[in-house]
Design a protein around this ligand. Structure first.
Ligand SMILES: C[S@@+](CC[C@H](N)C(=O)[O-])C[C@H]1O[C@@H](n2cnc3c(N)ncnc32)[C@H](O)[C@@H]1O
Length: 336
């Protein structure tokens, strides 16, 4: 038996340093800058406005973190930072990191308080129990949040658009659609599908800009409403991405029941999230995402696929199945 080592403890315990180094690099648009052209230290220092004391360590730390490469005195993006962190590409996922930098990073400083009190530690600390009311009061934060959702969901959205048997259906509604990337990807990959994005009215302009930019304004429409007050628009397929985890168990059940009501017999309900693995010991991101719901919401939590299938069965879905979507995401499908 080898001696226990402190490496894992130190790597996790000081992980906030790596995290903040990446978040600041995204904030300064370093990867977008390097996607234009590789640059040496002095040129990058000037372009990003870095102090002489910080520049070399900052850039070389990113090399050690495998987020940049350095060859012959010039810094380059790696293939993945070039694809996912260049703002000018459609594949950009930096929205979630911008939100992590501006909101989650400071809020997680209050994790111990959240663990002891069970109370959210975000904008709702000033007394508003609905996390979206506070967030949506500020248009800049609203847009940042909606773009962040596209960032975190885009890869799974493309997988759902390709993997689900869309040829059996004609209409789909995405509930809590945010910028609309899921319904957009479904419509792009399946030209016979007519789509609806359902969300709070404030989301409409951001949704419509995005859908128009993808040339889908004829086939994909916005439907304003609240899933607390209104029935869901009827469709052959109802989808909810990262919705159920925002809410407590009785709200989760209410939303699943509303999805059932919106579907015809034989219609499908797709729920997808960063789901926790069945043993609750492997999918770190799923478990940390559930702690993030503790920070962000009054009663939300993440869950396993069997948890979700159980709630669907209670609501009357006759068949359920779970499918992995790649990375930390899974979807659960219920058939009415
Ligand atoms: C965590 S985001 C998920 C966005 C998107 N489905 C995804 O997976 O990227 C939750 C979404 O639910 C929407 N939402 C919150 N409360 C709502 C309500 N009462 N009625 C309809 N949508 C709501 C928010 O505006 C937001 O777009």
């Amino acid at each position: 038996m080898s001696e226990p080592q402190p490496d894992q403890i130190l790597q996790v315990g000081l992980g906030f340093m790596s995290s903040k180094t990446l978040l600041s690099a995204v904030e300064m648009e370093l990867f977008t800058e390097l996607a234009r052209q590789p640059q040496d230290l002095e040129s990058l220092r000037g372009r990003l406005g870095l102090h002489p004391r910080s520049a070399r360590d900052f850039l070389d730390a990113l090399v050690a973190l495998k987020l940049l490469e350095r060859r012959d005195g010039k810094y380059y993006n790696t293939p993945s930072t070039d694809l996912f962190l260049d703002k000018r590409k459609n594949s950009y996922i930096g929205g979630i990191l911008a939100m992590a930098n501006n909101r989650l990073y400071p809020f997680w400083g209050h994790l111990t308080t959240a663990l002891r009190t069970g109370l959210p530690q975000n904008e709702t600390r000033d007394g508003n129990p609905n996390p979206f009311t506070a967030l949506y009061a500020d248009p800049a934060r609203l847009k940042e949040f909606l773009q962040a959702m596209t960032g975190i969901s885009h890869t799974a959205n493309i997988t759902i658009a390709r993997k689900f048997p869309w040829s059996n259906y004609r209409t789909a509604v995405d509930v809590g659609t945010a910028q609309g990337d899921l319904i957009t990807q479904v419509a792009l990959a399946n030209p016979h599908i007519a789509g609806t994005g359902f969300d709070l009215p404030e989301v409409g302009p951001v949704f419509e800009d995005y859908v128009n930019s993808q040339g889908l304004s004829q086939r994909v429409k916005f439907s304003p409403g609240s899933f607390f007050d209104d029935p869901l628009p009827k469709a052959d397929v109802v989808m909810m991405g990262h919705i159920l985890h925002d809410w407590d168990l009785s709200t989760k059940r209410m939303l699943i029941r509303k999805a059932w009501d919106a579907l015809p017999g034989g219609g499908s309900f797709i729920v997808y999230e960063i789901m926790i693995d069945n043993d609750r010991s492997q999918n770190t991101l799923g478990l940390l995402s559930s702690l993030n719901m503790l920070i962000e919401t009054g009663g939300g939590f993440d869950y396993t696929a069997p948890d979700c299938e159980g709630w669907m069965k209670e609501a009357g879905f006759r068949e359920t199945r779970a499918e992995h979507l790649g990375g930390p995401d899974s979807m659960v499908i219920g058939i009415k």
